[in-house]
Design a protein around this ligand. Structure first.
Ligand code: ADP
Ligand code: ASP
Ligand code: MG
Length: 432
């Protein structure tokens, strides 16, 4: 039965990492195997920077950025293939030329459309190199353009999947039993063949879409951590690995901001009861974490999620008026229009509190639209701590000696908003 593997930027960041990926894949001879790959290292950030430079008229910075990307990808090809680099280097050059051409052709269009026509090349470049390297190292591959398979609407930078057409395209695909299939995460295309992207960090979601439509037996996302922990192991010194949790619990963690899985990943897998495994590409012999429909282990540990770079808006009607449902509806409408997500929403009779990602380009227009009718008090540089299944002593430990600027609690989840300057660099889960 088909399996889907997904590898993020860190697992293919340079020639040595791509070599290790080849060694890892050599241990999985069963076919069909679909391998979804992100852009190398921080390529997507670099592409975003060169797009913005060009749009601001900084032609030099655009050219420098493009040249740097070209050199970095070619250097990887040369390190991997040595004297045999020629044909792969030519394909990389051709993709860079195509990137430049598309970028220029669409320069007059709105940013989101222009973004998708430019930034999709990160994954096209990485999969070209990875696929060629696997072939070279004895693992026969077939390179697939995800834009022929994952069909979306034209909501650029956050495209919605056309599940019917995507399932049809994938249903027509001959998976074969010999070759490993390599394709791109993060990207898709409209019915008209225009490139789209699924949102930053969207490659996990791509893997889930493919697993769903191909009725895969299992999806595995390979990370630089041994599995899913009850807190980010890089930020909490006593985080513990979770052997197993349910789709529903994993959605909660991802939705509240645990960076390890893209929140959209779980639903397509849950709908077909396809297990998801999160495991380490660095320590391949460890089992990782299993996510499936079984809820038995949920809540065995408290789960802590940090969202940094938060802004709190306290919104009050003028003239001592109520913050009633009609006003809340109106304000949340502004929020949706601005494309912002509120990690915490709380209200009293005359006040609505929203805790949002400090995304200047989206936050400024939102505040401008709110101040027309409301008094708005804003605080920046905040950290939101969300704890699932907390005990009273754990919450007391987290808040001790730290002012809580906003808080919210229900039967399963507690949230505290702190000033970032009052938070430690490395956290400790109290009493664990
Ligand atoms: P990818 O290369 O697939 O994009 P990410 O960098 O997005 O990988 O995700 C892996 C990172 O997620 C880890 O390095 C870790 O710091 C972070 N992380 C955040 N929360 C958790 C958690 N609860 N469990 C494991 N890792 C976590
Ligand atoms: N390359 C894209 C990003 O950096 C998608 C991904 O890595 O999941 O956001
Ligand atoms: Mg990621």
């Amino acid at each position: 039965m088909t399996q889907v593997f997904k590898f993020g930027g860190a697992s293919i960041q340079d020639a040595a990492a791509i070599r290790r990926l080849g060694e890892l894949l050599a241990r999985f001879p069963a076919r069909p195997l679909v391998v979804v790959v992100s852009a190398m290292g921080k390529t997507t950030n670099a592409l975003e920077a060169l797009l913005d430079a060009a749009r601001e008229g900084e032609t030099h910075d655009y050219r420098d950025g493009l040249e740097r990307l070209r050199r970095e990808h070619l250097a990887t090809v040369e390190t991997l293939f040595g004297a045999k680099a020629g044909p792969v280097a030519e394909r990389v050059e051709a993709l860079i030329t195509e990137l430049d051409g598309r970028h220029r052709r669409h320069a007059g269009r709105e940013r989101a459309f222009h973004y998708d026509q430019t930034v999709c090349f990160g994954e096209l470049l990485s999969t070209t190199i990875v696929s060629a390297w696997l072939d070279e190292s004895g693992i026969a591959t077939r390179w697939l353009d995800a834009r022929d398979l994952i069909i979306t609407d034209a909501c650029h930078q956050a495209a919605n999947i056309d599940w019917h057409t995507t399932a049809q395209r994938l249903g027509e695909l001959d998976l074969g039993n010999e070759k490993l299939l390599v394709t791109q995460g993060f990207i898709g295309s409209t019915q008209d063949g225009l490139s789209t992207t699924l949102g930053r960090e969207g490659s996990d979601f791509s893997a889930a879409i493919l697993a769903h439509c191909l009725d895969a037996e299992k999806a595995t996302i390979w990370k630089d951590v041994p599995g899913l922990f009850n807190a980010d192991p890089r930020r909490f010194d006593n985080a513990v690995q979770l052997a197993h949790l349910s789709y529903a619990e994993a959605v909660e963690l991802a939705w509240h901001g645990a960076k390890v899985i893209h929140p959209k990943t779980l639903a397509p897998l849950q709908r077909k009861s396809i297990p998801l495994v999160v495991r380490s590409f660095e320590t391949v012999d460890t089992a990782g974490s299993l996510i499936d429909g079984d809820t038995r282990d949920d809540g065995e540990h408290p789960y802590c999620i940090l969202s940094e770079g938060q802004t709190l808006l306290e919104i009050r009607p003028r003239d001592f008026d109520f913050m009633d449902e009609a006003r809340q509806h109106e304000i949340l409408g502004h929020l949706v229009k601005a494309g912002l997500h509120a990690g915490l929403i709380d209200n009293t009779a005359m006040r609505l509190m929203l805790c949002l990602d400090s995304h200047p380009a989206r936050l400024e227009p939102l505040v401008q639209s709110l101040v027309v009718d409301y008094e708005v008090v804003r605080q920046d540089d905040l950290t939101l701590l969300t704890v699932r299944h907390p005990s009273a002593s754990l919450l007391a430990g987290f808040s001790e000696g730290r002012e809580i600027l906003a808080e919210r609690r229900n039967a399963t989840t507690a949230q505290y908003l702190f000033r970032t300057e009052a938070c430690p660099e490395t956290w400790h889960i109290p009493g664990q």
